[in-house]
Design a protein. Structure first.
Ligand code: ADP
Ligand code: MG
Length: 360
């Protein structure tokens, strides 16, 4: 029932600081996700937790016990990688029993736990299949069963769904979460897919250059991104820069050098502050052209695209800047045509402000 704590963990490879002063607390029984772009230090963090690497600085605790010097085999962690890493000439049963067998564990106990795990991953009727006879999703379920048969209490999953088709990915994501919860494990799941992190996690840590940018539930991170980096990473955004010109009555007004006026109710900042203004593509709406100028930008539809469930519009503003708007198809009263003159609007609670020094 392990709770995992990282305190000021740093790991360098020569000049590269892969993980930088990282502190995290993962609760007992939690499905926790490390989300970040390639090179942000996700895999290194997993390897440190597994004991495959040791920190240069800082300490990792399992249930309050420092792990420095404790070898991987004594940490009770199971690893699942993106590539399935099964023994190709062993069938499902042999793959799943491999760990306990080489450690010389009691065959009867091994058989029982292997049966239980195969049932858990819904492969109890395929013990004789060779890896090549299985789909990608099935192979990954075998890898999971194998990680669990070894008695792991902590499951470390490094992009386990990365090599799978979209549909199987969603199904297996649900299976993973169910299994972790049913067995009372603690899971740390690594991905660079925001969508995957949002659907599978109890909480997410967003990583950037080896550091944690934000930790929270999927909803907290989406609704209150703490930095411009997190906001940008979570989806399509429109970014402007300007100066706070007014702040009263719970509103902060920002004027940009192009002459746009944004009004935000999210955050109060003093006049004179240099800020970034961000509006998400899905938080903006398109109207016929109006004369309004606050939270209202004038432009011409330049492109439109049908995407799954929504329409994406590229609007060219009078300044030639582009503004991206995503409208759910269900909510679209009409489809806007390329060349139409329109207004883009958004509510003050959808206008996010960040201090200028929080650059990408
Ligand atoms: N064994 C290694 N030797 C040298 N540099 C490494 C090694 N492993 C990782 N790095 C570097 O550390 C940084 C973080 O890598 P990694 O943890 O693999 O990121 P992620 O899993 O988020 O893509 C990257 O800049 C990567 O090139
Ligand atoms: Mg990685």
């Amino acid at each position: 029932m392990p709770e995992i704590r990282l305190e000021g963990v740093t790991k360098r490879f020569g000049e590269v600081v892969a993980v930088r002063d990282l502190s995290l607390e993962i609760r007992d029984g939690e499905y926790f996700t490390l989300l970040g772009p390639i090179g942000s230090g996700k895999t290194t963090t997993l390897m440190l937790i597994a004991g495959l690497l040791e920190p240069d600085e800082g300490e990792i605790y399992f249930d309050g016990r420092p792990m420095r010097g404790v070898p991987p085999e004594d940490r009770r962690v199971g690893f699942v990688f993106e590539t399935f890493a099964l023994f190709p000439h062993y069938n499902v049963w042999e793959n799943v029993c491999y760990g306990p067998r080489v450690r010389g564990e009691d065959p009867e106990a091994t058989r029982k736990v292997a049966e239980e795990m195969l049932e858990m991953v819904l492969l109890e009727d395929r013990p004789d299949a060779l890896p090549d006879e299985l789909s990608g999703g099935m192979k990954q379920r075998v890898a999971l069963a194998r990680a669990l048969t070894s008695g792991a209490r902590i499951l470390l999953l490094d992009e386990p769904l990365g090599a799978l088709d979209a549909k199987i990915r969603t199904a297996l994501a649900h299976d993973l979460r169910r299994i972790v919860k049913d067995l009372g494990l603690t899971a740390i799941h690594v991905t660079n897919s925001v969508e995957e992190a949002m659907t599978i996690s109890d909480r997410i840590a967003v990583l950037h250059r080896g550091s944690v940018e934000q930790v929270g539930t999927p909803r907290e991170v989406y609704e209150n991104p703490r930095t411009l980096f997190v906001m940008d990473f979570m989806g399509d955004i429109n970014l402007f820069s300007g100066e706070v010109t007014r702040a009263d009555g719970g509103f902060t007004e920002v004027t940009t050098p192009e002459g746009f006026t944004f009004r935000s109710s999210r955050r109060t900042m003093p006049p004179g502050s240099e800020v970034h203004v961000v509006v998400r593509a899905e938080d903006a709406d398109i109207l016929p052209r109006t004369e309004e100028t606050v939270n209202n930008l004038h432009g011409i539809v330049k492109e439109k695209m049908f995407l799954l469930g929504f329409m994406e519009y590229l609007i060219e503003l009078e300044t030639k800047q582009e503004f991206i708007v995503e409208v759910p198809l269900m909510m679209s009263e009409r489809i806007w045509e390329v060349g139409e003159a329109v207004s883009i609007t958004f509510a003050p609670e959808k206008v996010y402000l960040f201090e200028k020094e929080e650059s990408l």
